[in-house]
Design a protein around this ligand. Structure first.
Ligand code: GUN
Ligand code: ZN
Length: 438
């Protein structure tokens, strides 16, 4: 069955920060979808709509679905945990919570919730940490497969400095990661990410096991954390006294490559910046998390100028919103605090094509080009009374996008299509959350 989506169309084929020709904007546009893929797009009168069901989304904006480049699936019920900075926050709230994901029924309920929440927020792909238990990955992957979603996730590898209930061993983490890769990597739209949590919770043996997995599976993404918080860096260097710096710990086990996604990367030494640029390792900016945990201000412009590819992410549960619109707003604020600017088009590029490029998936997602997946978000820049009032004064596309970014959240998401299927408005989202006051 063919579906034709009609609306105002925006996507990117270049980076607005560096390319003079970066995007396509069509006031009366259309996207033709067949078997979950985009088969044509352009002006409404140019796209053949014969035998297609037409869904008229005018005057709303059709864009590629948002991509969240870093989230922690087992932290959904401990978002908004008060008062601590990174290490105490992990020990007090996150590690005990993640222990609950050994239970399949719990993991399955949380998986339904997070994927529904993605749909509410226009997020069509995420790169996710599971807990250290295989159950968490099985639950999340299974739920994503049922929605035909492009999801990348991995079991967290962690064998020290955390409670027993979330610890594995170097060997078991290798074996379980390997089994999960065999089960899920490349199945439908799913991919596996090799996921050592960070150097504090991994022994040298475990990081070497992660390095071995990365060598044995050269098409798997690798994700971990780097230099988020000063106390974290000090503790890390005390655990690895021979390392030249934090990044060197990952470098010595062979993890540096364009497949490596380093969440946070805030407090970097000059050598680390140089090696990240040379190796192609990605930095993942998580602005709401960095502000909430008081971690610091990501040096986005500097890192880009030094040749580092960066991605942008919510980092739920350190992050405070599932919305990539709220995340862009926080990224803008962080740049302001650094005396810098995040361009309006540049932000929307980051949340779509930019993140797809960082993940090595730009042919598949982050674009409305022919042949790519029909992962599409429909946005309403006048979604709330305050936004509608402000939008009366909007003159250009950029004005509307900046209203969406600055004032928008899940209410501005009219619809989210995953593989051509409407998951937000037209379909009922699962009601997995009970009323706590009932
Ligand atoms: N570093 C290691 N684990 C985590 C985590 O779960 N959240 C954040 N924000 N940083 C981390
Ligand atoms: Zn994280």
């Amino acid at each position: 069955m063919k579906i034709l989506l009609r609306g105002r169309l925006l996507d990117f084929h270049g980076d607005p920060e560096t390319d003079s020709d970066s995007h396509r904007w069509i006031e009366d546009g259309a996207i033709l979808v067949e078997d979950g893929r985009i088969v044509a797009s352009g002006g409404f009168s140019d796209v053949d709509a014969s035998d297609a069901r037409v869904v008229d989304h005018r005057p709303h904006i059709l864009m590629p679905g948002f991509i969240d480049a870093h989230i922690h699936f087992p932290q959904v019920q401990v978002v908004a945990s008060w008062g601590e900075q990174l290490l105490d926050w992990l020990n007090t709230y996150m590690f005990p919570e993640e222990g609950r994901f050994a239970d399949m029924a719990h993991a399955e309920r949380m998986a339904e919730f997070i994927l529904d929440e993605f749909a509410r927020n226009g997020t069509t792909t995420a790169l996710a940490f599971g807990s250290s238990h295989m159950t968490s990955v099985n639950a999340l992957m299974g739920a994503a497969e049922a929605r035909n979603m492009c999801l990348i996730a991995g079991k967290t590898m962690m064998d020290r400095n955390a409670p027993d209930g979330v610890l594995d061993t170097a060997q078991s983490s290798y074996d379980e990661s390997k089994a999960l890769i065999g089960r899920w990597h490349g199945r439908g739209r799913l991919r596996y990410a090799i996921t050592p949590r960070f150097a504090i919770t991994s022994t040298q043996d475990q990081l070497e096991a992660a390095g071995a997995l990365a060598r044995e599976h050269p098409d798997c993404i690798v994700q971990t954390h780097l230099s988020e918080n000063r106390a974290e860096i000090d503790y890390t260097l005390s655990l690895y006294p021979k390392a030249r710096d934090y990044l060197d710990i990952y470098e010595q086990v062979g993890l540096l490559s364009p497949r490596l996604h380093l969440a946070h990367a805030i407090h970097l030494e000059d050598r680390e910046i140089e090696r990240m640029a040379e190796s192609g390792a990605r930095a993942v900016h998580c602005p709401t998390s960095n502000l909430f945990l008081g971690s610091g201000l990501f040096a986005g412009r500097t890192l880009e100028q030094r040749g580092i590819v960066s991605a942008i992410a919510t980092d739920i549960g350190g992050g405070t919103s599932y919305s990539m619109l709220r995340t862009l707003a926080a990224a803008y604020d962080v740049r302001q605090l650094r005396g810098d600017k995040l361009g309006i088009l540049a932000g929307f590029h980051k949340a779509t094509r930019g993140n797809a490029l960082a993940l090595g998936l730009a042919d598949e997602i982050g674009t409305l080009a022919d042949g790519s997946a029909a992962d599409i978000v429909v946005l309403d820049p006048a979604a709330t009374p305050a936004m509608a009032l402000r939008a009366e004064r909007a003159r250009r596309l950029e004005d509307e996008l900046f209203i969406l970014q600055t004032m928008g959240d899940d209410r501005a998401i009219v619809e989210t299509y995953v593989g051509g299927t409407a998951l937000k408005g037209s379909a009922m989202l699962n009601d997995t959350v009970s009323d706590p006051y009932a």
